[in-house]
Design a protein around this ligand. Structure first.
Ligand code: ZN
Ligand code: ZN
Length: 156
């Protein structure tokens, strides 16, 4: 992924345009991975790059899928997660002295680290295959989504 990073965006063409100019496009990636080995599949990011007063504003809305397992029934399933963020890449100007992030000389920004960070935040701590998941029988471990056991039948 690093060698051919789809999330490196050349914003150079916008630098000399008027404030308010923008371009919007989609980036599809079959697969991205972060340093903690979280794997995000079928990544679809809608990216808008805008020329603003202070520099270039990059706005991203993305969805991706992760392989996880249900915290109630322990079955593996694919969870769709989504995230949204903005990042301002400021020009190297005196009035921008206190900016957090500056636009590189090349005009090329890499949004992959940010995207991974924001997607990771959205990974659910207690994933559920379905809100109505019935979980496992505490007595025998039967997956109650697949059928009842003698214990669940007794209660019903
Ligand atoms: Zn479940
Ligand atoms: Zn049971």
């Amino acid at each position: 992924m690093n060698e051919n990073n789809l999330f490196r965006i050349n914003t150079g063409f916008l630098i000399n345009q008027t404030v308010g100019a923008y371009r919007e496009f989609d980036i599809d990636a079959p697969y991205i991975e972060d340093e903690s080995k979280n794997i995000f599949e079928d990544v679809l990011a809608t990216v808008r790059i805008s020329r603003v007063q202070q520099g270039i504003l990059v706005s991203v809305k993305a969805t991706a899928k992760i392989e996880t397992s249900c915290c109630r029934c322990l079955e593996p399933f694919q969870q769709v997660i989504s995230c949204e963020f903005d990042e301002l890449y400021a020009f190297h100007l005196r009035q921008n002295a206190d900016a957090d992030v500056f636009l590189p000389e090349s005009g090329i920004v890499d949004i992959l680290p940010l995207l991974l960070e924001y997607l990771t935040i959205e990974i659910p701590i207690k994933p559920l295959c379905d809100e109505k998941c019935r979980g496992l029988c505490v007595e025998c471990g039967q997956n109650l989504n697949l059928g009842s056991c003698e214990h669940s039948a007794e209660k019903a």
